[in-house]
Design a protein. Structure first.
Length: 118
């Protein structure tokens, strides 16, 4: 599975950005798609995730401002609104899938930089 992310950039505080991540390959069994971010000097953290059944999960810091969604081509989107300076960081998409051995597998896309100017 390969993940290709796009959509980052520079935006003023209060603005919006939409990130996309296209998954290429075969998912085995159930899967979860997610977005993580890493700010300078900080650990990578979960921003939002969505299961193949459409169940979503958000970090408290982005609830009400960010929306995660996916389509049938297994592209995951992150619509970010009311952006704050503290949303600045490198955003990574992630996929968790099954495998023929039963073990769960994890894949990462390349990061995309989001910079929010205050």
């Amino acid at each position: 599975v390969q993940l290709q992310a796009s959509g980052g950039g520079l935006v003023q505080a209060g603005g919006s950005l939409r990130l996309s991540c296209a998954a290429h390959g075969t998912f085995i069994g159930s899967y979860v798609l997610g977005w993580f971010r890493q700010a300078p000097g900080k650990q990578r953290e979960l921003v939002a995730s969505i299961t193949d059944g459409g169940i979503t999960l958000y970090a408290d810091s982005v609830k009400g401002r960010f929306t995660i969604s996916r389509d049938n081509t297994i592209t995951v989107y992150l619509q970010m609104s009311s952006l704050k300076h503290e949303d600045t960081g490198v955003y990574y998409c992630n996929a968790e899938t099954g495998s023929y051995t039963g073990a769960r597998k994890y894949y990462w896309g390349q990061g995309t930089q989001v910079t929010v100017s205050s």
